[in-house]
Design a protein around this ligand. Structure first.
Ligand code: NAD
Length: 428
């Protein structure tokens, strides 16, 4: 099948490369010329394991990248993977997606064959009916051959390619059997040697499934962090407690390790968006509000622990890990941001290190000093804190000896305790 993908960010690039890998012909379209140039040359515009290999294989062959929407009518199905950022009140800003939906529609005004426009972006349950379908229709001038569906994406940054190729579930939110069949045909090659649940539903329910999924996971982490904080107050090992809790198969063993909280482009935006959407409908989602509040307090707790050992004013603090989680260079809503902000507010000089996310963090905090290695960040520091659980931090050992005062407060429980360092952490 010929698929066009509008938006070549984390999701768009991943799905375009994976659709090509599944055997489809793919045209991926973005307004950012640098992104398009990178994709055309078979280079990944983002750091994501496995992506570069797929792009090298398929770019210029089954995968084309362009800034022009001209290829849309030649394709059979169009996926819209445009960002849906937060407004100040937490609701989602649909402006860019709506503009892309209308521009897509315009290219399909005269299409005589049926064409499916699939929303891949995460949008609230009413968005398709009230904003996105009307935008496509405005563009097409009411061409009845064009239909809109919803196919939420569950991939995680850091393992996006693998998640896409081995999904737990596929959710098809459509208004017709024809549209469901189109989606089946697209994903069929992926299901031949991999079992995944396929959920067939309507677009609004498909949208809500994505929000419920992320709200559940974010709430699970915040609950685990809340319980971890209680364990810490009692001097108990939260990991030991939660490992036992995870033996209950109603709970599952995943996402039970407490730490400095969740970030990224999805959990914060999606939880806030569904809170805002629920309020708009007159419902006050108290548990989800607490989920956000607990998450905002975790970096403060981390710094309170560090502050028990180090007077921040005039001190040098090493911040290890800047991306919101390992295996990605994405710093959106990374817990490192409030940690750096608060350290600097308290007069500390921050020396930060991350294996891949220094450049984006430098844009956010140009005045912070960035080290080339964890060892360099630790050298001469009065204290250190670990914000992202990169594997390489588990191997740190005598690097701590170069600290002025070897105090380590671990937000991810990854540093090995050893003689000669004062170790503290959120969980024990
Ligand atoms: P992103 O910001 O990384 O990428 C969006 C891309 O769209 C950018 O490259 C931008 O240049 C391009 N763009 C903007 N306007 C355009 C237009 N009119 N025409 C063509 N291109 C345009 O966003 P993302 O992280 O890929 O997220 C996309 C959507 O997928 C969001 O709704 C997000 O919530 C959802 N989602 C993201 C993830 C994730 O892990 N990042 C996972 C699941 C779902």
């Amino acid at each position: 099948m010929h698929i066009s993908v509008i938006g070549s960010g984390y999701v768009g690039t991943t799905i375009a490369a994976c659709f090509a890998e599944l055997g489809h012909t793919v045209t991926t379209i973005d307004i950012d010329e640098e992104v398009v140039a990178a994709l055309s040359a078979g280079r990944a515009p983002i750091d994501e394991p496995g992506l570069e290999g797929l792009l090298e294989t398929h770019a210029g062959d089954r995968l084309e990248a362009t800034t022009s929407y001209d290829a849309v009518p030649e394709s059979d199905v169009t996926f819209l993977a445009i960002g849906t950022p937060s407004n100040d009140d937490g609701s989602i800003d649909l402006a860019a997606l709506e503009a892309a939906a209308e521009a897509t529609g315009e290219t399909l005004a005269d299409k005589a064959k049926r064409h499916l426009v699939v929303i891949k972006s995460t949008v609230t349950p009413t968005s398709i009916e009230t904003a996105l379908e009307p935008a496509v229709k405005r563009g097409t001038g009411g061409n009845e051959n064009v239909e809109v569906g919803m196919n939420p994406e569950f991939l995680r940054e850091g393992s996006a390619v693998s998640d896409f190729m081995h999904p737990d579930k596929l959710v098809y939110g459509t208004n017709s059997e024809w549209a469901t069949e189109r989606l089946h045909a697209i994903y069929e090659p992926l299901l031949t040697d991999h079992d995944a649940h396929v959920v067939e539903t309507d677009p609004a329910t498909a949208s809500m499934i994505k929000y419920a999924n992320n709200a559940f996971l974010a709430s699970k982490i915040s609950l685990v962090n809340d319980l971890g904080n209680i364990c810490k107050e009692f001097g108990l090992d939260a990991y030991e407690v939660m490992e036992a809790v995870g033996l209950d198969d109603r709970i599952s063993e995943r996402f039970l390790r407490s730490g400095v909280g969740w970030g990224g482009s999805c959990f914060p935006k999606d939880v806030n968006a569904i809170i805002a959407a629920a309020r708009e409908e007159g419902y006050d989602p108290a548990l989800l509000e607490a989920t956000v509040e607990i998450n905002e307090k975790q970096p403060e707790r981390l710094l309170e622990l560090l502050g028990d050992h180090v007077d921040f004013d005039g001190s040098q603090i090493a911040v290890l890990g800047l991306s919101f989680k390992p295996q990605t260079d994405d710093i959106r809503n990374s817990r490192a941001i409030p940690v750096i902000e608060q350290l600097r507010e308290h007069g500390a000089e921050v020396v930060a290190y991350d294996p891949v996310a220094i450049d984006p963090m430098r844009e956010r905090f140009p005045a912070v000093e960035y080290a080339n290695s964890a060892a360099e960040a630790l050298d001469g520091a009065d204290g250190a804190t670990v914000v992202t659980g990169w594997d390489e931090f588990a191997a740190l050992d005598e690097e701590f000896d170069a600290m002025e005062t070897p105090v380590v407060v671990d937000g991810r429980r990854i540093v090995r305790r050893r003689d000669g360092i004062v170790y503290d952490g959120l969980t024990y």
